[in-house]
Design a protein around this ligand. Structure first.
Ligand SMILES: Cc1cc2nc3c(=O)[nH]c(=O)nc-3n(C[C@H](O)[C@H](O)[C@H](O)COP(=O)(O)O)c2cc1C
Length: 193
């Protein structure tokens, strides 16, 4: 039996979502859980050397964080295409009760940041996953002037495609990763007993 891990599944063209994925992974590891970072490789248009996700990664993880750039107000087609290969996991109910969280990056503040988070939530809810957001007890949620929402972590990259995260965006992403990993540990222990 392999070590329990939380899957951090992302797609990124220019590095912003990748940076959020790294902050989420940091939060997961701060909770003492392995963060397994995987991407979807749908075309030449992706920006990292992380391995491609396998549907077994989704089946075997104890929790999942999923991130996509905002593409016209919703998740990228590459990530959606991946979810369309998971029908067998849906039929067997393998993802039911696994905790999940979402993250995104958009170029403009009101350009679809929140709708992208909600669009990513839909396949996870269909799979019966337990969606976690960011509670307002997280102080940075009150301070942020760019990304970071109660629906999930986010970044606003601007027209110049700055992929550097603000301090608030980074802290919110780390906090979400920790919350996800702590919940995943609890759920995993309960299922084992
Ligand atoms: C096809 C396409 C559609 C996009 N649609 C939007 C959009 O609706 N709203 C927005 O604010 N940014 C939009 N963007 C910009 C990206 O969301 C933004 O640059 C994001 O930070 C990229 O993340 P990445 O660096 O991880 O690729 C779009 C970019 C592309 C390529």
């Amino acid at each position: 039996m392999s070590q329990p891990f939380v899957l951090v599944l992302f797609y990124s063209r220019h590095g912003s979502v990748l940076n959020l994925a790294k902050s989420i992974a940091k939060g997961i590891e701060q909770a003492g859980v392995e963060a397994r970072i995987r991407t979807v490789i749908d075309s030449d248009d992706h920006c990292s050397d992380y391995p491609a996700v396998d549907t077994d990664d989704v089946k075997n993880c104890i929790g999942l964080a999923m991130g996509s750039p905002c593409h016209f107000g919703m998740m990228s087609s590459s990530l959606k295409k991946f979810w369309e290969t998971t029908s067998n996991h849906w039929i067997s109910g393998e993802l039911i009760d696994k905790p999940a969280a979402v993250f995104t990056s958009s170029s403009s503040l009101h350009g679809g940041n929140e709708s992208t988070l909600l669009s990513m939530s839909l396949p996870l809810l269909h799979h019966g996953m337990m969606l976690l957001g960011v509670p307002y007890s997280e102080p940075e949620l009150h301070k942020t002037e760019s990304g970071g929402t109660p629906y999930g972590a986010s970044h606003v990259s601007g027209l110049s495609l700055s992929n550097e995260l603000s301090q608030s965006e980074k802290r919110i992403a780390v906090a979400l990763g920790t919350r996800l990993a702590n919940t995943a540990k609890l759920m995993n222990t309960n299922q084992a007993t």
